[in-house]
Ligand binder design. Structure first.
Ligand code: GLN
Length: 282
């Protein structure tokens, strides 16, 4: 890069040379310039503009954080999920587009409005609130509860709910421990990575308790499946996100627990990413 203030084009080629993915570099540069993260067209139209000293300092910090493996969402403090912009930071898992599969499936199994009684939905391990808020946004007629064991995560989720003006009810709870309601639908994106999985290194900036769950990654999923029936109304669904190679094991856990209609849904990459079942009718 030439001495003096670099242009936007020079910043982007610097990022490219350092191995950054193009879309990540665009978002980080927009963030450093204080511009809206969707303004990628603006960025390209202004590629001969130069950065001022403050913008340059912000860019260099953002670049360094990304090179150190931090998710773009933590650096920008924002992530789009199911059409909602969420505030996120290292207290919560970075919401993945794959998890939109869970939301889409959940919306598809719910009876259409208007329902004779208010639908009750539960999101277990809500983190940033992504799934619960997306459900509440899509179904304003439903009463959505969301739990997390982490008070830190709940603080993030509550802030998101307030800013988005969505009336999700948040509860500090270790899975079902503080729950005494029956639901028409339970969803969860629980931790599901095996404790020894080498990919964890790449996820080191995210909260470990949101990622791993025992030797095979299935401790949380087993706990949820074994206990969910008591919190489900008859014919209500339990839908779970899981690892790309866990669908068969999760489906057999669901069958063993007495669920019917046990099936999976694929994510954007075509992996069976969510599995679920329905509580038998009375
Ligand atoms: N989908 C995340 C990943 O593998 C993990 C999320 C989770 O454990 N719930 O990167």
């Amino acid at each position: 890069m030439a001495s003096g203030s670099p242009t936007l084009a020079e910043c982007l080629s610097q990022a490219h040379a350092m191995g950054l993915v193009r879309v990540d570099a665009h978002m980080l540069l927009l963030h450093s310039l204080g511009r809206h993260l969707h303004d990628r067209a603006w960025l390209l139209a202004h590629d001969t503009d130069t950065l001022n000293v403050l913008q340059l300092a912000q860019w260099q910090i953002a670049l360094q954080r990304r090179l150190d493996g931090e998710p773009v969402a933590y650096i920008t403090g924002r992530k789009d999920f199911f059409g909602l912009t969420l505030a996120v930071d290292s207290r919560v898992l970075d919401p993945r587009p794959d998890t939109e599969t869970l939301v889409e499936w959940a919306l598809a199994v719910l009876p259409q409005a208007p329902t004779p009684t208010t639908l009750r939905l539960l999101d277990l391990g809500t983190g940033s609130g992504a799934v619960a808020l997306a459900l509440q946004y899509a179904r304003p007629d439903a009463h959505v509860w969301a739990v997390d064991v982490s008070e830190d995560a709940l603080a993030v989720a509550r802030t998101n709910a307030k800013r988005l003006e969505l009336a999700v009810q948040f509860i500090a709870s270790d899975w079902f421990a503080q729950i005494d309601v029956n639901f028409d639908l339970i969803v969860a994106n629980p931790p599901y990575i095996a404790q020894t999985d080498p990919h964890l290194h790449a996820l080191r900036h995210e909260p470990i308790q949101a990622l791993t769950s025992g030797c095979d990654g299935l401790n949380a999923i087993r706990h949820i499946i074994q206990n969910a029936q008591a919190y489900l109304a008859h014919s209500a669904w339990l839908l779970l996100e899981h690892g790309h190679d866990q669908a068969e094991r999760v489906k057999s856990l669901l069958l063993q627990a007495g669920f019917i209609q046990v099936q999976s849904r694929t994510d954007l990459a075509g992996h069976a990413r969510c599995s679920g079942g329905q509580k038998a009718p009375q």
